[in-house]
Design a protein around this ligand. Structure first.
Ligand SMILES: Nc1nc2c(ncn2[C@@H]2O[C@H](COP(=O)(O)OP(=O)(O)OP(=O)(O)O)[C@@H](O)[C@H]2O)c(=O)[nH]1
Ligand SMILES: [Mg+2]
Length: 466
């Protein structure tokens, strides 16, 4: 598919965000780097890339956003921003009952091929289509259109060899006007006329004059600029120039199948507010698709829609976190990272006081409000403390027991105090034990002894100055 690489990078970025227990700076920076690289490789304007990654950073580094909300916000942001740079909402090419479309573009842009493809496309949808060849410039143009029309089984109106011979002293434009005149009555039998015009090396005065004259004579419903995707970001200047010379109503990008620069052409069109109606995705007659930014992203991300994507984030979050913690408990392993994510979830649900309220003889009211409020601040400190630990220490916090030097190093590195770190370790141990009991509870094995033990622990939590 088009922009395969960008798609897989975005998918893997979203997966990493979804599955991460800890959205730390290292992870986010890695994802940002990958996304930046693949957007630049897809030829997306560097300013757009920069602005997108700044927005990602702003959310990702915002300490006040809870982990799970942050995941959703990040995924939504990536989706929405890419949608925007691709042109936002899809625009449909509106065709009245009687319509004509004139195709414009430089040499080799894909005009003639696209006309045959679109003729085929609309004929299948019940339109009475005819092709009109006005490219009197390129010697083989008429033959090419005839051949393509034959392939698509469409009627075609072109300059005959006799007319060409007869009018060889006339200008190209005059010859084109002659073709229009000759077939005027006959063309009335059709309800969609697709008009092929001549290209040039660049948009010169000659070309502008010619297409202006044809426009005045034909008054087509639409004037569509055809550009090959390999023009990349220069699609912007080309669209602007054609817009200035003659109000174009939209764009078709061809050869989307053969280049990595497709992102450049697509986003450049969005920047100039030129709707991309179709994209050409191969040389065959049926290889044309309507361009809808939303479904394009859905394909890039491999997800139905934004809602599905967000649900995926949520379920990935819940499943992966719960499963990870469960697995770890089974293995008798529960790391500080697990503690952090557990606390964060509890904090979000306000479930610490709920949990306490469930234990007979205890209520949340017994815990000073200020202490509950300081919980968030404390967690921020714990978070930096955890990020200053080595992987080994995170996995096996027992390593820190009575290791004043290690604790001092972590405190120094994270701007926290050794007391805070000791408190974190104490909390870790307590929670590890509680989690063990909870999982026993989940198996239905709870007995009164365990309940008493738990209540005792809860009192411990109260004493912990949460
Ligand atoms: N792979 C691929 N090739 C395409 C596509 N569209 C057009 N082409 C090829 O691009 C080349 C140029 O296409 P034309 O349709 O002749 O372009 P044109 O704009 O009419 O060119 P001039 O008449 O010379 O101005 C041809 O070889 C086409 O087969 C596409 O979507 N994918
Ligand atoms: Mg042509």
């Amino acid at each position: 598919m088009v922009l395969d690489k960008l798609g897989s990078t975005l998918k893997s970025g979203i997966k990493k965000i979804s599955n991460a227990i800890f959205l730390d700076k290292k992870l986010i920076d890695g994802i940002i780097k990958d996304i930046q690289k693949s957007l630049i490789e897809a030829d997306v304007n560097i300013e757009l890339v920069f602005s997108l990654t700044q927005k990602i950073k702003k959310i990702a580094y915002d300490e006040s956003i809870q982990n799970i909300d942050k995941k959703e916000q990040l995924v939504k942001l990536i989706h929405d921003e890419i949608l925007l740079i691709l042109g936002g909402e899809a625009k449909e090419l509106k065709l009245p009952k009687q319509a004509s479309i004139m195709f414009l573009g430089l040499y080799g842009a894909g005009k003639t091929t696209t006309i045959a493809k679109l003729g085929f496309y609309y004929a299948k949808r019940g339109r009475k289509v005819a092709l009109l060849g006005l490219d009197t410039q390129r010697p083989a143009a008429m033959d090419q259109l005839q051949q393509m029309a034959d392939k698509a089984k469409l009627p075609v109106f072109i300059e005959t060899k006799e007319d060409k011979e007869k009018n060889k002293k006339l200008t190209h434009t005059k010859r084109s006007l002659g073709i229009i005149k000759k077939y005027k009555t006959e063309l009335k039998k059709y309800d969609l006329i697709l008009i092929d015009t001549a290209g040039r090396d660049g948009l010169n005065k000659d070309l502008i004059k010619e297409i202006k004259t044809l426009d005045k004579t034909l008054k087509p419903t639409h004037k569509i600029l055809v550009m090959p995707s390999d023009v990349g970001q220069t699609a912007k200047t080309q669209a602007q120039e054609f817009q200035k010379a003659l109000e174009i109503t939209g764009v078709i990008i061809t050869r989307m199948d053969g280049t990595s620069k497709a992102g450049g052409a697509l986003t450049a069109c969005a920047e100039t507010d030129s709707p991309v109606y179709f994209i050409g995705v191969g040389e065959q007659i049926h290889e044309i698709e309507t361009f809808n930014p939303e479904s394009f992203i859905q394909r890039l991300l491999g997800m139905g829609d934004l809602q599905a994507l967000l649900e995926h984030v949520k379920s990935a979050t819940d499943e992966s976190q719960t499963k990870r913690i469960e697995d770890r408990l089974k293995e008798g392993k529960f790391t500080l990272l697990d503690l952090y994510s557990q606390l964060e979830q509890m904090n979000k649900m306000g479930s610490m006081d709920k949990l306490i309220g469930m234990v007979p003889g205890m209520s949340a009211a017994k815990i000073p409000k200020a202490a509950l409020e300081s919980q968030e601040k404390k967690m921020a400190h714990w978070k930096s403390a955890i990020s200053s630990m080595t992987e080994e220490e995170i996995e096996n916090p027992e390593l820190l027991d009575k290791q004043t030097k290690r604790i001092q190093r972590i405190a120094k590195g994270s701007g926290t105090t050794t007391t805070e770190i000791r408190e974190l370790l104490k909390q870790y141990k307590m929670l590890k034990e509680m989690m063990g009991m909870q999982s026993g509870m989940a198996d239905g094995n709870i007995d009164s002894k365990m309940m008493q033990k738990m209540a005792k622990k809860m009192k411990g939590i109260k004493g912990m100055k949460l």
